[in-house]
Design a binder for this molecule. Sequence first.
Ligand code: HPA
Length: 277
Amino acid sequence: MTKAYERLLSCFRSFEEKIQFRPKVALVLGSGLGDYADSIRAEAVLDYHELEGFPVSTVSGHKGRFVFGYVNEIPVVIMQGRVHYYEGYSMEDVVLPIRLMKLMGAEILFLTNAAGGVNFDFQAGDFMMITDQIASFVPSPLIGPNIEELGERFCDMSQIYDRGLCQAIRDAAEELGIALKEGTYIQLTGPNFESPMEVKMCRILGGDAVGMSTACEAVAANHMGMRICGISCISNLGCGMTDQPLSHVEVKETADRVAPQFKQLITSAITRMGKEL
Ligand code: HPA
């Protein structure tokens, strides 16, 4: 058994001692989007620091806890705050929570984030459903001895974002009258925002939105055979696309502004996904 798996199991055992709840859907909330967890019927809460060996996030706007509860009768676990590679954690740390949620029972992983738009058709406040990703600028979380118990060494990545789940998000957006963009998410390490030339590079490579999370989590989840979907909240346009400098305050302000619509979209999409479980 690998060290990474041993550590994961010890985290899982410490979860099992505290929480009986078994989720079917795992939802990760991005910067400024964490309020969603306060709107669900919660059954239990578990702070990350209560779990032995669990990485704890340091970013402001990220709370750092699991919320267990129901979205229209569907049992969910919500990560209110994630850990980022730029905080200095290893990739193994960064994806440990994702792996843990799979062990908890989650079959579906719903990823959200705040991201910069690099596509000129986007504007701040848009939602972009992620249809594919570029994770090549960050180390793969699968580097190191393969965790055979979770998945195979050379895993296929031909359809990371599940077609059925994507359709559920499209249908939800349409029913709610919420405009939904679609595109490719590209992950860079951060924590600095991109230079104008890096934003241009992302666009030339085929990226539509750029951020500092998500893609590596999707790699780890794909390795374990989870069904994955994701939405980026476009909190700003990439550096150099407008005259304004970027700030984390702006990222949070935009997320706050679109939060009501975001909540509706997530709730409706999860409800639809629940029918497939
Ligand atoms: N770049 C990278 N990550 C981000 C951005 C951005 O412009 N906005 C929010 N997260």
